[in-house]
Design a protein around this ligand. Structure first.
Ligand SMILES: Nc1nc2c(c(=O)[nH]1)N[C@H]1C(S)=C(S)[C@@H](COP(=O)(O)O)O[C@H]1N2
Ligand SMILES: [Mo]
Length: 197
């Protein structure tokens, strides 16, 4: 009996059309951090985009709260093979930040408090594909999960969703970030299983 119902359950999960190849579903929310969790007060938080000429455009927490806020329902996929389907977030689309930035560069390096970096092509941050997210399931984002604010790029593996995000630098080349220098794929499409080098 137990064996039969487990088998049935796992077949159903494996055949879920929202689950990328090689992933399994999890209900909990694992914490994966390369270092300690920084304590960042929203009063001290800022987010800065630096373009190729060194121009800096910065937003305070209050600036961000005055921008259009999206309700986001999305699936997330970690390279360590867990996926969560139907998660809910609130955040501001990167489109609204980049409206204020003049750049011809095609690539970005996302920077976090604590020094984490990850590279994302600019086009993957635009057209409603990425957010600065500050609420998860109706609550302020937990510090362990990147609070007060993290990048959310759900169409790429979750290491691209930098926790404690504080800025983006424009790059002319697709230079590798922290995990990308340490064996992770330069792009990270979960549907193509672009996990490692
Ligand atoms: N600043 C920062 N962002 C990060 C990481 C990190 O170590 N530091 N880990 C990445 C990895 S590898 C994953 S899988 C997700 C994990 O997010 P979670 O801890 O909220 O599940 O955050 C990503 N963003
Ligand atoms: Mo990860």
């Amino acid at each position: 009996m137990g064996v039969i119902s487990r088998g049935f359950g796992s077949r159903r999960r494996e055949s879920d059309p929202h689950l990328p190849p090689g992933q399994y579903l999890t209900e909990d929310f694992p914490v994966l951090s390369a270092g300690p969790t920084p304590a960042i007060d929203t009063a001290d938080w800022s987010f800065t985009i630096v373009n190729e000429t060194g121009d800096r455009t910065s937003w305070s927490w209050a600036d961000m709260m005055a921008m259009p806020i999206d309700d986001i329902g999305t699936d997330i996929h970690c390279v360590t093979r867990w996926s969560k389907l139907g998660t809910h977030w609130r955040g501001v689309s990167l489109d609204h930040f980049f409206e204020k930035v003049k750049t011809s560069d095609a690539y970005t390096m996302v920077h976090s408090y604590g020094g984490y970096t990850t590279n994302v092509p600019l086009e993957d941050l635009l057209d409603g594909k990425a957010w600065i997210a500050f609420e998860f399931e109706g609550e302020p984002l937990d510090p362990e999960h990147g609070g007060p604010a993290r990048l959310l790029v759900p169409h790429l593996y979750f290491w691209k969703s930098a926790k404690w995000v504080n800025g983006i630098r424009m790059h002319s080349n697709d230079d590798p970030g922290f995990w990308e220098q340490n064996g992770y794929n330069i792009y990270g499409d979960p549907w193509k299983e672009q996990r490692y080098w």
